[in-house]
Design a protein around this ligand. Sequence first.
Ligand code: NAP
Length: 364
Amino acid sequence: MHSKTIFVTGATGLVGGGVLRWMLAADPALRAHVLVRDPSVWARVVGPLPGAAARVLPVVGDLRRPGMGLAREDRARLAREVGAVLHFAADTSFSQTLEHAREINVRGTERVVEAAAEWKAARVVFSSTAFVAGRVAGAVSESVDPEPHGWVNAYEQSKHEAEARVRGWGGEWVVFRPSTIVFDAAAGVVPQFNAIHRSLRLCYHGLAPMLPGTDEAAVDVVPSDYVCDAITRLALRPEVAGRTLHLCAGPGAARMAELLELTFALWQRSPAWKRRGVALPAFTDLETYRLFERSVEEAGDERLKQVVRSLSHFVPQLAYPKRFDTRAADALLGESAPPVVHYWARMVEHLLTHNWAAGARAAA
Ligand SMILES: NC(=O)c1ccc[n+]([C@@H]2O[C@H](COP(=O)([O-])OP(=O)(O)OC[C@H]3O[C@@H](n4cnc5c(N)ncnc54)[C@H](OP(=O)(O)O)[C@@H]3O)[C@@H](O)[C@H]2O)c1
C-alpha cells in the first residue's frame, strides 16, 4: 500500500502514541492526522516527538459524536489526503458498563469506519485485544470466534463487537490483537499501570489470599515496544490485508506459579518485607473465589471490600487460562514476542523502585 498519509485515533494513548512514534521514525515521508479530544493533551504528547509537529496535524473530535465531531473543513481535507486509518482509541476500563463500552468502543468504531468509507481510505487497521476470546480456555487461534463462550467484562465484549464492524466496513482491514501490555522492555519502565500491576500490589500487601486458576495456568503479557514495533512493521503491508494477528507472548507465556514465585523471591530480598510473612496466594476454582468475594462483601472490612471489588472485573479471566496461537504473526514478523520471564524481574523491580505508579499512566 502506497499511502503516505494516515489518520490515527488514540494517538495520546499508550499504543496509538507508541505506534505513531515508531511509524514516523521508520518512514521519514509519512504524515499523519490525529484525532484528539483535547488539544492541550496533544501538545504535551507531541512535544517529545522529534520533528513530529511538522508531519502530524491534530484534528479535534470525539468518538462519541456523530461524524466523530469533525469540523466540515477537516473532513474535506481528510477525504483528500488520508490513505489509511489506524484506530487505537478506546475506553480500556474493565469496570465500565456494557452500554458505555458499546458507545465508545463499538459505536466509536462504526464512526471511524464510516469516515474511512467516506474518505475512500485504502485500509482500516484496528487494535483489538487478545481477550476478545473472553471465557474461552485453552488454545485460541488467530481466527477464533469466541461468541458462544461469553466474556468476563464489557470491555472484552465491546472489542469483540468492534472487530466485526471493522471486518464489515467494505474495504481492506487488519485486526491486531495484543495481549496485556505490562512493560516497555527497551526503556525499562512500566508505561501504563493496569490490572496486572494492581493485582501484584495487592499480593505485595498480603491482600490477595486467593486467586482463581491453577498454578499451571499460563500468564500471557507483552512489552509495549514489541507491540508498537510489530504494528509499525505490519500495519500497511499488502499481505496482511484481511488478517487477524495475535501480538501475544504465545509460546513465551509463563506459568502463573512461576511468576508469583519469582516475584516473591524479589520482594523477599527486603528483610522488612520478609518479616511480614506474606504467603503466596492459593489457587482456587472460580466458584470458590466467588464465595470468597461474597463473604468479603458480607463480613469483610471496608479496605478488603474495595480491593476485591476492584479486581472483580479482571481476576475471573485467570480462571480461563489461554494459549494464544501466534504462528501467523510470528511468521510475518520473523520472530516471536520476548518470553515473559526475560523481563518480568525488571518489571517487578521497576514497580518497587518507582512506588508502583509513579510515571505510569493510570489505567483500568
Ligand atoms: N494497553 C494494553 O495493554 C492493551 C492491550 C491490548 C489491546 N489494547 C488496545 O489498544 C488500543 C489502545 O489502548 P491503550 O492502552 O493505548 O489505551 P489508552 O492509553 O487508555 O489510550 C486510549 C486512547 O483513546 C482515546 N479516547 C478515549 N475515548 C475517546 C473518545 N471518546 N474520542 C476520541 N478518543 C478517545 C484517548 O484519548 P484522550 O487522551 O483524549 O483520553 C487515548 O488516546 C485500545 O483499542 C485497546 O483496546 C491495549
